[in-house]
Design a binder for this molecule. Structure first.
Ligand code: FES
Ligand code: FES
Length: 200
């Protein structure tokens, strides 16, 4: 589904023409200075100016989550965001998640758990899941379902999407528990050492 773009963008920041605004955005780790018409949505900017078409335009009205991206690590619907309102922000799209050839754990989990069919909603689902895991508000599978409910999937792949996100959440929780255990062991070793040094 494609909704015609509402605007156009310019990439010369030094001399904004009347009616345009100079902004700087870091997109997938690269800083860009550009001038924009103030009504340019972040979604149109990403897709039309930067050809980052992984971010999808589903409803263009904040209803489906297909356009989800991360702004300073927080998931938002890019169709509802004015790009000029995020001057100075760091934007992450699905194209920026992998480290070279290594997929982000959430991307890998979507493959491992067969969490997509047509794939149209998938970039938004993945960005939303990355944001959700960073929020640290999901503590069980039901939390994951609830907190991913803003991302619709017309193919109905919800069970496998939840499986994928829950698998990453559990792996993250195990890792944190292991790190806590190691910290406590280190503290215990340090205390034993101090006790031995203080002993007469
Ligand atoms: S395209 Fe933004 S929520 Fe649907
Ligand atoms: S996989 Fe087709 S819309 Fe979600």
């Amino acid at each position: 589904m494609h909704t015609p773009t509402r605007t156009r963008t310019h990439d010369v920041a030094s001399s904004p023409t009347p009616g345009t605004v100079a902004v700087a955005l870091t997109i997938n780790g690269v800083r860009h200075a550009l001038t924009l018409e103030p009504w340019t949505s972040l979604l149109d900017l990403l897709r039309e100016r930067f050809q980052l078409t992984g971010t999808k335009k589903g409803c263009d009205h904040g209803q489906c989550g297909a356009c989800t991206v991360l702004v300073d690590g927080v998931r938002i619907n890019a169709c509802l965001a004015l790009a000029v309102a995020h001057d100075g922000a760091a934007i992450m799209t699905v194209e920026g998640l992998a480290q070279g050839e290594t997929l982000h754990p959430v991307q890998q989990a979507f493959i491992d758990h067969d969490a997509f069919q047509c794939g149209y909603c998938t970039p938004g689902q993945i960005c939303s899941a990355v944001g959700l895991l960073a929020e640290d508000h999901a503590h069980c599978r039901d939390d994951v379902r609830e907190q991913m409910s803003g991302n619709l999937c017309r193919c109905g792949a919800y069970v496998n999407i939840t499986n994928a996100v829950e698998a990453v959440r559990l792996a993250q929780t195990d890792k944190e528990d292991e790190e806590d255990k190691e910290d406590k062991e280190d503290e215990g070793d340090e205390k034993d050492k101090e006790d031995q040094e203080d002993a007469p």
